[in-house]
Design a protein. Structure first.
Length: 184
């Protein structure tokens, strides 16, 4: 069953599809998904880990060693550890954020959900996430998986992208609209 929906068009999508299919075949989708969530949090919170993943100055050998040690410290599942090693060996760690997004999209499609990319100025708490999922489920008529991002530049509110549809309720956009209206 092909659930990739055009994801394979990108390099990150091909890596994500390969990882997803391997995880599905080994019945470890949830373990890999949880590990990738841990990796995404590490990318968001650790400057050192982000530098390791994004810097072209880190040699292949050092990247492989550092990723192996980091994956062990983060207690990732074996499949995810091996996958990160492959990315490091192939000098593709910079693709990691896109691979994680594509994997999460494939996982949501596999579960019969659609994915909403939600950007907020500050991290959302569990109650806010639950309310957001409920509102989106009511609006879309389907279960929703939420991919959360933070961007202080939006000042407040939310920007929600579901497929090609975008709901921009950010304060930055509202201030820009007000400024344009005042110009006349």
């Amino acid at each position: 069953m092909d659930i990739s929906g055009g994801i394979q068009a990108s390099l990150a999508g091909r890596y994500a599809t390969a990882l997803f299919e391997l995880a599905r075949d080994e019945r470890k989708i949830e373990a890999v998904g949880n590990s990738l969530t841990t990796v995404k949090q590490a990318l968001d919170q650790s400057e050192d880990f982000r530098e390791l993943a994004m810097s072209p100055l880190v040699t292949r050998e050092n990247a492989v060693k550092a990723v192996a040690a980091t994956a062990e410290a983060m207690n990732l599942d074996p499949l995810s550890r091996n996958f990160l090693g492959v990315l490091a060996q192939n000098r593709r760690l910079s693709q990691l954020p896109a691979v994680i997004r594509a994997f999460n999209t494939l996982w949501a499609q596999y579960r019969g959900e659609i994915t909403a990319e939600v950007t907020s100025a500050h991290p959302l708490n569990d109650d806010q996430i639950a309310a957001l999922k409920t509102n989106l489920r009511t609006r879309m008529g389907r279960d929703i998986a939420v991919d959360l991002n933070t961007d202080p530049a939006i000042l407040g509110g939310l920007v929600v992208k579901i497929g090609s549809q975008m709901i921009d309720g950010s304060i930055r956009t509202k201030l820009n609209s007000l400024a344009q209206a005042m110009k006349g």
